[in-house]
Ligand binder design. Sequence first.
Ligand SMILES: Nc1ncnc2c1ncn2[C@@H]1O[C@H](COP(=O)(O)OP(=O)(O)OP(=O)(O)O)[C@@H](O)[C@H]1O
Ligand SMILES: [Mg+2]
Length: 142
Amino acid sequence: MHTTTKPLSISREADVYIAMGYGRNMASSLGFNDIERTKIEIMILELARNILRHANGAGDITVEIVEQEQRQGLLITARDDGPGIPDIAQALQDGFSTAGTLGAGLPGVQRLADAFEIESELGRGTVVKAWKWHNPPIRGRR
Ligand SMILES: Nc1ncnc2c1ncn2[C@@H]1O[C@H](COP(=O)(O)OP(=O)(O)OP(=O)(O)O)[C@@H](O)[C@H]1O
Ligand SMILES: [Mg+2]
């Protein structure tokens, strides 16, 4: 298993599901359980849908295995060349949407992630990073 995917271009709907599949495979290779794998898939789904809807499909998603101290995890990076987000705090509120939809995507990803970052520049694009750590079972415990 590679420790990182190439940047997976998200320009049409099928790309969303392809990226989710990469996330699922990488999560399995790290030993994430079904529930955690589903969370990772949902994070990728929402970030990819945002690239399609808000950045007109001009972006990509990268999934990589990261290590910190004794633990491993996945970092999902969604990057686009879209219009940017003028007010990030507002975009992270439940129910805020400029598209007339639920406005549940970004706050949902933030809740599912162990760590979460957004950088955005108006007229240039947006980078969202979401980390999910895998905690290995404590030795001796069953
Ligand atoms: N990649 C992006 N580029 C530009 N704006 C974005 C991007 N992602 C999110 N936004 C802005 O943040 C708002 C909130 O995003 P969020 O994903 O929470 O909701 P939504 O996409 O509008 O609806 P939902 O995800 O519930 O279908 C969006 O309506 C949009 O204005
Ligand atoms: Mg969304």
